[in-house]
Design a protein around this ligand. Structure first.
Ligand code: NAP
Ligand code: HSE
Length: 439
């Protein structure tokens, strides 16, 4: 093997994350060289708009508006796909792999949808494909799953894995701001996806959970099997009831490995206000992993933004550069398990999940309503642990809030369908799942 004098990096997509990566390469060039052993240099940058101010200076000669020029440049050893989306991004990644180049991407949406094809192509070409930035922004959770915790059976994953939603819920909880106002701020700060529906509808969290589950359990995951519900229906009223019960509402990605299958879902969840992940605010993410040997660990940090996400991308570049220098690309399989050792594991359908529930009914305040609701819940085998109905407004609409003991999702859904058809119900009932002790 001829010794390399340097490692060349080609960037496609000079946007929020791309600009962070460029800044880190500029600021920490000497440090990176000492860690790798040779200089790691950005030698080509592709974007569609070469005139836009990216907040960082680069020599004009590096810039091109043709990503193919990056892929075909012999000085480029590692291609960074930071365009996002499905079409061009997939062409960049597969095109780079086809040319024998290793790839770094932050594109969780693409990996969740087409990861299998991309992993397969990378393994076949014996190149590295790293995607630390795809989950948890700057938090090294992918490396924790593929390397740090590789000796564990992962028993559960609880993650606040969307900075935009966490930012919105935190501001709504602390300052009572409206959902729309806070969404605008998250977009301006560069946290939100190009389509912010991905953030607030839970889709981005589902993409990230699907990636983590796939790496943790060595199974392909169809993201469509991950039950997904976002935060758009969370009302200030629910936030204040949660406080009253000692809970905080977070958008969680949850995966639990029990009885041979995986319970994997994304939804707003009430968690005890004293738990470590309830303290996670703003754009911060946190992922609690439980392994059979290590027991529980919590990874915490900035889940989005130019520099934190850039940090994860640069860490991948350094890992790949080290492998390239030793002729050891492909050392860690992209999907964490050897490709031919991966096994399909069933994702448990949501209707088979069991949980505690917070249920808020909006009802006309008149005698007998509570007993009718309780009757339907009882008929579906749902046991009530507490009830709040504040104030008396005869003839008007009031909230009735019920906390249940552990119940089956199927039973809860069919009870709510029945109750929502009753004449005293004034709007669709709100249901929030609760993770905590069944007391
Ligand atoms: P972004 O700011 O929109 O940057 C993407 C850049 O790619 C834009 O400058 C875009 O140009 C450019 N582009 C579009 N088509 C291109 C093409 N054909 N060739 C070259 N460049 C092209 O997006 P971002 O926030 O940096 O996100 C990039 C990726 O990182 C996404 O997969 C995202 O999900 C992921 N990610 C982002 C964050 C975050 O905090 N932002 C965190 C983790 C992961 P135009 O703007 O002109 O279209
Ligand atoms: N839009 C994502 C978020 C970016 O808000 O978490 C990080 O993946």
């Amino acid at each position: 093997m001829t010794p390399r004098a340097r490692i060349g990096v080609g960037l496609v997509g000079f946007g929020t994350v791309g600009a962070g990566v460029v800044k880190i390469f500029q600021t920490n060039a000497a440090l990176i060289r000492r860690r790798v052993g040779v200089p790691v240099e950005l030698v080509r940058i592709a974007d569609v708009d070469l005139k836009r101010d990216r907040g960082v200076e680069v020599p004009a000669g590096l810039l091109t508006n043709d990503y193919q020029a990056v892929l075909s440049d012999p000085a480029v050893d590692i291609v960074l796909e930071l365009v996002g989306g499905y079409d061009i991004a997939k062409k960049v990644i597969l095109g780079a792999i086809a040319k024998g180049k290793s790839v770094v991407t932050a594109n969780k949406a693409l990996l969740a949808a087409h990861g299998e094809e991309i992993y397969e192509a990378a393994v076949r070409a014996r190149v590295d494909l790293d995607f630390e930035a795809s989950v948890g922004g700057g938090i090294p959770v992918i490396r924790a799953l593929t390397e740090g915790l590789a000796g564990n059976t992962i028993l559960s994953i609880y993650g606040i894995i969307n900075g935009t939603s966490n930012y919105i819920l935190s501001r709504m909880t602390k300052e009572g701001h409206s959902f729309q106002d806070v969404l605008g701020e998250a977009q301006r700060a560069g946290y939100a996806e190009a389509d912010p529906t991905f953030d607030v509808a839970g889709i981005d969290s589902a993409h990230k959970l699907a990636i983590m589950v796939s790496l943790a359990y060595g199974t392909p995951v169809n993201v469509k099997d991950v039950y997904t519900e976002g935060i758009t229906r969370i009302a200030p009223l629910d936030i204040s009831y949660a406080k009253e019960f000692g809970y905080t509402i977070k958008l969680l990605g949850i995966a639990k490995f029990t009885n041979g299958d995986i319970d994997a879902r994304v939804h707003p969840t009430m968690i005890p206000a004293t738990s470590p992940i309830a303290q996670v605010e703003g754009v911060y993410n946190a992922i609690q992993l439980v392994g059979d040997a290590v027991e529980d660990i919590v990874l915490y940090g900035r889940g989005a933004g130019s520099m934190p996400t850039g940090s994860a991308v640069v860490s991948d570049v350094i890992a790949i550069a080290r492998n390239l220098l030793l002729g050891a690309t492909g050392r860690v399989p992209p999907a964490s398990f050897k490709q031919d050792e991966r096994r399909p594991i069933r994702i448990r359908p949501m209707e088979q999940v069991r949980s505690l529930y917070y249920i808020r009914f909006m009802v006309l305040d008149r005698p007998g309503v509570l007993s009718q609701i309780a009757g339907v819940l009882g008929n579906h085998g749902i046991s009530i642990s507490s009830v709040i109905q504040q104030g008396r407004k005869e003839g008007q609409t009031v909230p009735v809030v019920i906390m249940t003991h552990t119940a089956g999702e199927r039973n809860v859904q069919s009870a709510l369908r029945e109750i929502d058809g009753m004449p005293f119900i004034s709007e669709p009932t709100t249901l929030i799942r609760v993770e905590g002790q069944d007391e």
